[in-house]
Design a protein around this ligand. Structure first.
Ligand code: FAD
Length: 392
């Protein structure tokens, strides 16, 4: 690339601290060494070496990095966001692995678990020795998790879980599943359970034939009379507040992460436009191409400013779930538009795995849907604006 990098036009350096920049650079180097050389093949084969990667990511302190204690790094929220950006610039599947491990499974135990649950799982999850998954969505309950059918009933002092979960990242490879189930009003409604995946009655068949997030393990969880001791329940939270608090954490990471897909797509399109000659001159010298590149750069830079602002609000302990919705809705929507527009610049070459662009665009289809669909975030913002809930 001979021109200026898109984000350099915005001169954002002062908005990021030295330590945060160093963490971002480390993640980029880990991705260059461990992921970029292989990711197209993983995507093609619809596989991800989750265990091996988790250990590598654990070595550099990326798993549960924004949590404190239990071997977690305790970084700023902004540093965590920038790490998500670099992970997703390699592939959203790898970023999903880290998001689910740190922001969903580990965070649920860290925030709502007992001391025993934390001691049992968090240190091993921080190193990548143990993999976690987070089971909220069901075949018939996605955007409306309150309608879940998975049930937990007390039998003596044991809990017995029955039901199924769907679209669960890391499900088939997990050592521990945080499973949300309806325990009935006498036990506080929806409760979270820490389920070792080798418990009798637990199985996790992998979901095949995905066209998006192919370098990510996605599974069904089947709970068939899964019997757990009384202390398997997360003691510190009842109701939907439990899973929603975890989702807010993961959604925050996606505000930054999605921009990684967009940045990598735009860098690729810029390189391609410089190298591809058409009608006797470079593709990048045509006004239509430059208009596309300029518009995409604006959205990438605005998304970055929004992400950094929300990161600072989170670091100050002031971010609200509605603000997380603002960021997730905008940045994922603009990132998928950028990836698709970049694909047009690459022409036919853009549809292959020789370039990362369509892989990113396809991945972003999942990112648009999980952690609250765009429509759900529109409704959250609409409710804040009007005072009227349009959810049901
Ligand atoms: P639905 O809720 O059925 O939505 C269908 C459509 O209806 C959407 O467009 C939606 O926006 C729209 N809609 C919903 N409500 C309204 C409304 N009130 N008004 C207007 N439109 C509405 N879940 C987990 O628990 N753990 C995971 O690890 C996990 N990983 C995932 C990984 C992948 C690759 C994917 C694709 C999903 C994953 N999910 C996971 C599930 C994800 O969170 C759900 O797919 C998501 O919540 C949407 O639910 P749904 O797919 O059932 O869609």
């Amino acid at each position: 690339m001979t021109g200026t990098h898109p984000l350099d036009l915005f001169d954002l350096d002062d908005l990021v601290g030295d330590e945060e920049r160093a963490i971002q650079q480390t993640v980029r180097e880990v991705m260059d060494a461990q992921v970029r050389p292989h990711v197209a093949q993983w995507y093609d084969e619809a596989s991800l070496p989750v265990r091996e990667l988790a250990v590598e990511l654990g070595k550099v302190g990326l798993l549960g990095m924004h949590l404190t204690g239990y071997g977690c790094a305790g970084t700023s929220a902004t540093a965590y966001g920038l790490a998500c950006l670099e992970l997703e610039a390699a592939d959203a599947g790898v970023r999903s692995l880290v998001s689910v491990q740190g922001s969903l499974a580990m965070y649920a135990i860290w925030q709502h678990g007992s001391d025993e649950q934390k001691d049992a799982w968090l240190p091993r999850m921080a190193t990548g020795e143990a993999i976690g998954c987070f089971g909220l969505t069901e075949p018939d309950a996605g955007s409306d998790p309150a309608s879940m059918r998975t049930r937990a009933r007390l039998d003596g002092t044991d809990w017995v879980l029955n039901g199924s979960k769907m679209w669960i990242t890391n499900g088939s490879v997990a050592d521990v599943a945080v499973v949300w189930a309806q325990a009935g009003p006498e036990h506080g409604g929806i409760r979270g359970f820490v389920v070792p995946t080798d418990t009798d009655g637990f199985s996790a068949p992998e979901i095949k034939r995905k066209l998006s997030l192919r370098a990510s393990v996605t599974s069904e969880l089947v709970l068939d009379d899964v019997r757990l001791p009384a202390d398997a329940v997360l003691p510190e939270v009842t109701g939907l507040r439990g899973p929603l608090s975890c989702l807010t954490e993961a959604r925050f990471g996606i505000i930054f992460g999605s921009l990684g897909s967009a940045r990598d797509s735009l860098e690729t399109a810029l390189r391609y436009a410089a190298e591809r000659d058409i009608f006797g001159r470079s593709l990048g010298s045509f006004q239509l191409t430059q208009a596309k590149l300029a518009d995409m750069t604006l959205e990438l830079g605005k998304g970055m400013l929004l992400a950094l602002h929300l990161g600072r609000l989170k670091d100050a302990g002031r971010i609200t779930p509605t603000q997380v919705s603002l960021g997730k809705l905008n940045n994922v929507r603009e990132s998928i538009a950028i990836a698709r527009e970049c694909r047009t610049i690459l022409g036919a070459a853009g549809i292959t795995l020789e370039h990362p662009v369509m892989r990113h665009a396809n991945n972003l289809e999942s990112v648009l849907t999980y952690e609250g669909t765009s429509e759900v975030h529109q409704l959250v913002i609409g409710q804040a604006l009007t005072g009227e809930s349009a959810f049901r």
